[in-house]
Design a protein around this ligand. Sequence first.
Ligand SMILES: O=C[C@H](O)COP(=O)(O)O
Length: 247
Amino acid sequence: MPRKLAAGNWKMNGTAASLDQIDALAEADEGAAEVLICPPATLIHAAAQRARGVMIGAQDCHTADKGAHTGDLSAPMLADAGASHIITGHSERRADHGETDAVVRAKTEAVWAAGLTAILCIGETLDQREAGETLEVLAEQMAGSVPDGVTGTQLVIAYEPVWAIGTGKVPTTDQIAEVHEFMFKKLEDRFGSEVAGDTRLLYGGSVKASNATEIFAVPHVDGALVGGASLKAEDFAPIVEALNAAT
Ligand SMILES: O=C[C@H](O)COP(=O)(O)O
């Protein structure tokens, strides 16, 4: 199993002044877990120049490696800027930009073609959970979004219930355990136990210092994808410490 991963997604937040937060994280002693920050694309190059032990990632990429796509960024361009990881299929992109499983799959393949690691997000809406459709929805998203030919080091999957993102609501640890066990088994069935064991499964959705230890104790939770609580080092560092302690 690769090292556990504490990943921060700054979403559409942050200016040059925010790079101080990355400096503060980089000053912490390196622990057992990997630490990744995905700032807005405008900050990737500068962040990667000064990140030291902190890895820098991107939040999205185009499916093509270059061409007439005004305003878009390709995976090779993001790699050139210093990104090591790219998030694909975040529910905000699925909702705001109509990204389908097929698009997410193509973007994930583009990430791999650039030699980077994809953090592929899946998750159910509140209506789907209340209708008892969670596992069915996740199975469909995994079948449609996860490309063939996975090697565990190229792929991280983040389970992010849409209803838990930015709301302060968090599934019970039993609910997280059920989903993570399910994701592990789906990977095992499709790619074998070695790949399933090497693919890190993150939980995302209102992770904070106050709930991190409990979440990281859940089987098959190999880290977190953190939004709001990753914007300030003083909020994110205790989450990293909780993951180090769980590793
Ligand atoms: O990518 C991160 C997630 O959407 C979680 O965001 P949140 O920690 O603000 O709930």
